[in-house]
Write a protein that binds this ligand. Structure first.
Ligand code: ADP
Ligand code: MG
Length: 302
């Protein structure tokens, strides 16, 4: 059972006032972006949400946990000198992996090689906690771009985040895979709230219909609350932005997708305040560790 303090009730929602940690720095909000199915737009959503948050004055770190080809650094035209793999190998410090993206967006690139972050040894996990603790960079929001599927790593990142955004598009496999992801998050990981974002919609009504389709089945079978975050239109400008290796938010600020991302970023700031005790991202890694060792719902690590 999730503990009450890991899921503050909606009356605790305070616009723009995050919980303050022991350091006096507000605890960062962590938003995990996932989908079940690949190719629906997780990386596009992560990059553009992060870009819109940065442009709204939020200190934002984008953590890439997907080892796929079209990853964050490629989409933004950045060339990482180091990744997390180099941190573990002792070749550099975590701060050396942080890339500076557009307008000061911070990016931690996915570790190269075969391992996911959550498949590291316990010692490497501890090393990562220390590395994040030493990363003396104040952060308001961390956006975590996940791999497709429902592998343990994806579930763990979603479980550790305060907010999970599940991206869906109008394809039968997208909706069934989103349901499969939400089901396992709910039943095995104690996640009780999921934000649904419809992507690549042709009309606004299509997004709402997708949400309702998912809602009908989850409300019948699962103990999880879905909220409709909105829809991102299928937008040729977004594809052009990818070709230019930029976010659409920065490359074409008046494009329909850019407007939609800005609106979602604005609303995301009104979600619940994080209930974490610290002012830096180490708490997120600690939650992951707590979950990995206890292998129990998020209450164990809260
Ligand atoms: N809103 C959109 N409008 C148009 N094309 C999109 C949109 N979202 C995603 N795409 C296209 O889909 C492709 C896959 O998106 P991506 O973000 O890499 O998905 P994922 O990370 O889920 O695999 C992108 O390269 C882009 O061409
Ligand atoms: Mg991706």
């Amino acid at each position: 059972m999730p503990s009450p303090d890991s899921h503050p009730n909606p009356s605790q929602v305070a616009t723009g006032t995050a919980a303050t940690g022991t350091t006096g720095t507000p605890a960062p909000r962590v938003i995990a972006v996932a989908s079940g199915k690949g190719g629906v737009g997780k990386t596009s959503v992560s990059i553009n949400l992060a870009a819109a948050l940065v442009n709204a004055g939020q200190r934002t770190l984008l953590l890439d946990t997907d080892l796929g080809l079209a990853n964050v650094d490629v989409m933004l035209g950045l060339s990482p000198r180091f990744t997390l793999a180099d941190v573990f190998a002792g070749r550099c410090e975590l701060r050396d992996t942080v890339l500076e993206g557009p307008n000061g967006l911070m990016i931690v690139p996915a570790a190269s090689g075969k391992r996911h972050m959550t498949e590291l040894t316990p010692q490497q996990h501890v090393g990562l906690v220390h590395a994040f603790s030493e990363l003396d960079v104040p952060i308001d929001t961390m956006v975590v771009d996940n791999a497709a599927g429902i592998a343990d790593g994806v579930l763990t990142f979603c479980q550790a985040a305060q907010d999970v955004v599940v991206v869906v598009c109008d394809e039968p496999a997208s909706v069934t895979d989103a349901y499969a992801l939400i089901k396992v998050l709910s039943r095995e990981r104690g996640v009780t709230r999921v934000q649904v974002l419809a992507n690549q919609v042709q009309h606004a009504v299509e997004g709402r219909q997708l949400f309702e389709k998912l809602e009908r089945v989850t409300s019948r079978f699962l103990d999880v609350t879905l909220s409709y975050l909105g829809a991102i239109p299928r937008d040729e400008w977004l594809r052009r932005a990818i070709q230019r290796q930029e976010s659409v938010v920065d490359a074409f600020p008046s494009a329909p997708a850019a407007l939609a991302f800005r609106d979602i970023a604005r609303r995301s700031r009104q979600w619940q305040s994080p209930a974490a005790p610290r002012g830096h991202v180490e708490f997120f890694i600690e939650r992951i560790l707590g979950q990995a060792s206890a292998n129990s719902p998020r209450s164990a690590a809260a």
